[in-house]
Write a protein that binds this ligand. Structure first.
Ligand code: ADP
Ligand code: MG
Length: 550
């Protein structure tokens, strides 16, 4: 699947190759396609080839609109049966038809480079595009023979391109996109490969064209000449007798408009300037030194120049396409377990082996013992979740471990969990007396869980923390009580008469406390009662031992 930046001024197409996004070049090795179309004497010209044939320009600012905005300067237009038409060469065309020709050309470039037909695409649109503008963009794609798998916002695409290599970071960035005719500023929060747009602001009538107009006046030349000369300022401090300072001064109104947008977006996002980790520059006009200087002033930090301003949006579209078709596995380099992993122990309780948020890959183990005399095997239930009881967690798998029979509590089984970088869990169980291993691999990735499910599990664990905890205390105390009570009566008959009345009374009182707490199902009370009974029977237990040993 391909990704397309369908720009007002320039367009580009990208794809994931060997895990990385690349912008595809046409037969002449050009990676940017000017968004220009001309149909002259029934010949169709698109991009660079259209330049000498009075092409239609900036049709993106007309797509999905009912009226031509007053600022439109892309050539003659008219309204025909309620729809805008633009003059492309000597032919009237709709903005959808013009866009379709641009998309067809990009599709052909991709097919030429990739050697196979491309039928699906991700296309970027400005964040502020409404339903109609989006619908017409899709219509254009269909005309071009492309099914739109997703439309994504341009700043989000730029953030994706920025985020690909930094997916594990938690950062707040501003994407400053100054193109040919529009300006967009978005503040985006990236957390573990997820993107949230906190605020956007922009000016649909501010871009490189305005800087061309200013320069044309300064140099007293044509707009197209000014466009050429403007680039010279990228490196030169003076062009045709006009100094960079003079040019910058003449552009102050334009820069002031940009400043207002930036400040509004900052206020809307609730983030202070120093709370932004990076300012990413996107769009051809951010190559202008005065724009970079302006950005540094507004945000009080140097902008990040890591992204190619002409290609970032297309690359982001390619990454999104890769995420959809599976060529990019996952953006977030999953580096922690979202939920705890463990096994079930006696009483249906979850025993955590790898706690949530552990960094992966990792390996952890614990020793377990037999609950019953002469037990020859143990069932290992592998669980995932944050709750105390098995029934509230997710069961990932189950297996039997055989071990050498031994008296209760004396067999030793080591259970080891290893989690690889993909979140695949292998469980190993070893009988320490025979060194025999049993292991299983949980095929399902333990980290591939939706954010929603993780959140739900954690919320529930917090909601039920007290109940769960009490439940756990009760279950553990009950197991102890079940062990103590039956042997108590036996012991009393055996050696009871050797105890003084006071001790005997204390034992009986604790015994009835335990029974009462068992009935009332109160964990804390039962735990206390069991401990008291344990203390009270200390002497009794040693008398029993003596009588057994003779
Ligand atoms: P869009 O997103 O609107 O399609 P682009 O991001 O391609 O636009 O930006 C096009 C604008 O960038 C034009 O106004 C062009 O003059 C300007 N531009 C491109 N390269 C340079 C450069 N090297 N120096 C100054 N301006 C440039
Ligand atoms: Mg753009």
């Amino acid at each position: 699947m391909i990704g397309i930046d369908l720009g007002t001024t320039n367009s580009a197409v990208s794809v994931i190759e060997a895990g990385f996004p690349i912008v595809l070049a046409d037969k002449e090795n050009r990676r940017l396609l000017p968004s220009l179309v001309s149909k002259t004497n029934d010949n169709l010209y698109v991009g660079h080839e259209a330049i000498p044939h009075t092409p239609s320009q900036s049709v993106k600012s007309l797509i999905g609109r009912e009226e031509v905005p007053p600022s439109y300067n892309g050539g003659p237009t008219k309204i025909m049966s309620g729809r805008i038409q633009v003059m492309a060469g000597d032919t009237w065309m709709s903005p959808v038809q013009v866009s379709a020709e641009i998309l067809k050309t990009l599709k052909a470039t991709a097919e030429f480079r990739l050697g196979k037909e491309q039928r699906e695409a991700v296309i970027t649109v400005p964040a502020y595009f409404n339903d109609r503008q989006r619908a017409e963009t899709k219509e254009a794609a269909e005309l071009a023979g492309l099914k739109v798998r997703r439309l994504i916002a341009e700043p989000t695409a730029a953030a994706l391109a920025y985020g690909l290599e930094r997916a594990s970071e938690n950062t707040k960035i501003a994407v400053y996109d100054l193109g040919g005719g529009t300006f967009d500023l978005s503040i985006i929060e990236m957390r573990k490969g997820n993107f949230e747009v906190l605020a956007t602001a922009g000016d649909t009538d501010l871009g490189g064209d305005d800087f061309d107009t200013v320069l044309a006046e300064l140099l007293d030349c044509s707009i197209s000449e000014a466009t050429e000369q403007k680039r010279a300022f990228d490196t030169a401090s003076s062009v045709s007798g006009v100094t960079a300072e003079a040019y910058e001064k003449a552009c102050w109104k334009l820069l002031e408009r940009s400043r207002k947008c930036c400040e509004r977006a900052l206020i809307d996002s609730g983030i202070k300037k120093d709370g932004l980790d990076r300012i990413i520059l996107v769009g051809g006009s951010t190559k202008m030194p005065m724009v970079r200087k302006h950005v540094a002033e507004v945000f009080q930090q140097e902008p990040d120049l890591c992204l190619h301003p002409d290609e970032a949006v297309a690359l982001g579209a390619g990454i999104q396409a890769g995420l959809l078709d599976g060529t990019v596995q996952t953006l977030s380099l999953i580096d922690v377990t979202p939920l705890s992993l463990g096994i079930e122990t006696l009483g249906g309780l979850m025993n955590v082996i790898i706690p949530r948020n552990s960094t992966i890959p990792c390996k952890k183990g614990e020793l377990f013992t037999n609950a019953v005399d002469g037990q020859t095997s143990m069932k290992v239930k592998v669980l995932q979740g944050e709750r105390e009881f098995t029934k509230d967690n997710w069961e990932l798998g189950e297996f039997e471990v055989a071990f050498t029979p031994a008296p209760k509590g004396q067999a030793r089984v080591g259970i080891q969990f290893s989690l690889d970088a993909n979140g695949i869990l292998s469980v190993l169980a070893r009988d320490t007396s025979t060194q025999e291993d049993t292991h299983i691999t949980i095929e399902r990735s333990t980290v591939d869980i939706t954010e929603v499910a993780v959140e739900k599990m954690i919320d529930e664990s917090v909601d039920h923390a007290l109940d769960d905890m009490d439940g756990r205390v009760f279950t553990e105390a009950k197991m102890k009580a079940d062990e103590l009570l039956p042997s108590l009566d036996e012991a009393l008959t055996l050696v009871g008469e050797q105890l003084d009345e006071e001790t005997k009374a204390a034992i009986l009182a604790s015994k009835s406390d335990v029974i009462a707490a068992l009935e009332s199902q109160n964990g804390a009370e039962l735990k206390k009662a069991v401990e008291k009974l344990d203390d009270a029977t200390e002497e009794l237990a040693s008398l029993v031992m003596q009588s057994i040993l003779g």
